[in-house]
Design a protein around this ligand. Structure first.
Ligand code: FEO
Length: 392
């Protein structure tokens, strides 16, 4: 526990050990935290809990902080198990305490935990007087689940934003002016790229809605990672930029290869690009060897991606198929793409990749390039030219 203000304390769990999140879908190289907040005004309020493996620890620690019976209200901004995981353990102690959440939140908590609690459904604009401060609920549907909401505490002007503006980043320092800024940025953009990209339209709409309310925000307290205390609106501004077809001057080449033919193609295409455009950042990743979420973050930053695979069994290599599936689901916008790959006889790789890139709504700029067997000097010269023409 630590005090954020005289009224608000952090009572969550810092999970230094976590290296995978959402099952095995999201790599967390820097751990994470599950942020729960305790507000002690005339009324006592708990916002969110922690992931289920820490439920006992959470309740035990909370008891050291407060007599649980003093909790007047529980607010569940979001029902996903990393935030509702300790709810059942907590409710065994205080079964009648009202739980404030959205209508969808009620159905999802029931669907996950199979319990009937004392739910109070809230919607945007509903308020809860807790003494000197007032809580105002703001639904944040599809940011990133149907039940998601934020809670704004007027008086101290704190936005409890839940997943939005969070990062999977463990740090005992907990504030944005204390931690390494580059690490924080990297984890925040990875989180956006891998989790929030499909919901960018909702991000823009919600931020515009909140900005139009003209409410002062002194601090943003998300449900993962560090708290935005110094210039808290910087992350809001950053989200607006990320949500509007973000790209940098970067081309990312993603490939998988059986006998290095497709790898050679990737490298020589990069040489061709570089010979024409000295400023563009080129990054090359083998999708079978590099972290998939880090690759996705680089895709998010790119203006163009090239995806390559050897042809195998009339198809493409499994790591290429997997990364394309992730790319498709994340619904990137404002990006160009092309395919490449080596083959021995049937050579469908390019066609399959091209179709999938189109399905993922990338602007596919040509039919790609393929090389028979191990690319010889002529084939490599073609790859170089392919790279040159891409940037021209
Ligand atoms: Fe951090 Fe959507 O749960």
């Amino acid at each position: 526990m630590f005090k954020i203000t005289d009224t608000v304390s952090w009572v969550g769990k810092i999970d230094w050990e976590l290296n995978k999140f959402h099952g095995d879908e999201y790599s967390t190289h820097k751990g994470s935290s599950y942020n729960s907040y305790l507000i002690r005004d005339e009324k006592t309020v708990l916002i969110d809990t922690v992931w289920q493996p820490f439920s006992q620890e959470f309740v035990t620690n909370l008891k050291k902080e407060i007599d649980l019976k003093e909790i007047d209200y529980i607010i569940m901004n979001h029902s996903e198990i990393d935030h509702s995981g300790a709810l059942c353990e907590l409710m065994e102690e205080i079964p009648n305490t009202p739980i404030y959440c959205t209508k969808k939140g009620v159905s999802i908590i029931k669907g996950i935990h199979h319990k009937q609690f004392n739910f109070v459904e809230v919607k945007t604009g509903d308020t809860l007087d807790i003494g000197k401060n007032k809580l105002i609920f703001v639904e944040a549907t599809m940011l990133h689940w149907p039940d998601s909401m934020m809670t704004y505490m007027s008086g101290e002007n704190i936005l409890f934003s839940n997943d939005a503006f969070g990062q999977h980043y463990a740090s005992e320092l907990m504030y944005n002016d204390k931690v390494d800024r580059e690490e924080l940025y990297n984890e925040a953009i990875k989180y956006y790229a891998n989790i929030l990209t499909p919901f960018s339209k909702f991000v823009v709409k919600k931020i515009e809605e909140v900005v139009s309310l003209n409410i002062p925000i002194n601090m943003i307290c998300p449900s993962h990672g560090i708290i935005w205390k110094e210039d808290p609106l910087q992350i809001v501004t950053q989200y607006m930029e990320w949500a509007k077809g973000y790209q940098e001057n970067q081309i990312t080449i993603i490939y998988d290869t059986m006998w290095n033919g497709t790898r050679r193609m990737a490298e020589v295409i990069a040489e061709g690009i570089k010979s024409v455009d000295k400023d563009v950042v080129i990054k090359i990743y083998n999708s079978a060897k590099k972290d998939k979420n880090d690759i996705i973050t680089e895709v998010f930053k790119s203006k163009m991606i090239l995806v390559g695979s050897s042809t195998i069994n009339n198809g493409i290599l499994s790591s290429t198929a997997a990364i394309l599936e992730m790319i498709k689901g994340l619904k990137f916008i404002n990006k160009k793409a092309a395919a490449f790959g080596a083959y021995g006889w049937s050579g469908e790789g390019n066609k399959i990749i091209t179709e999938q890139l189109k399905e993922a709504k990338f602007e596919v700029i040509n039919d790609g390039i393929k090389a028979l067997w191990n690319p010889d000097e002529d084939a490599l010269a073609q790859c170089r030219k392919f790279g040159e023409e891409l940037v021209k």
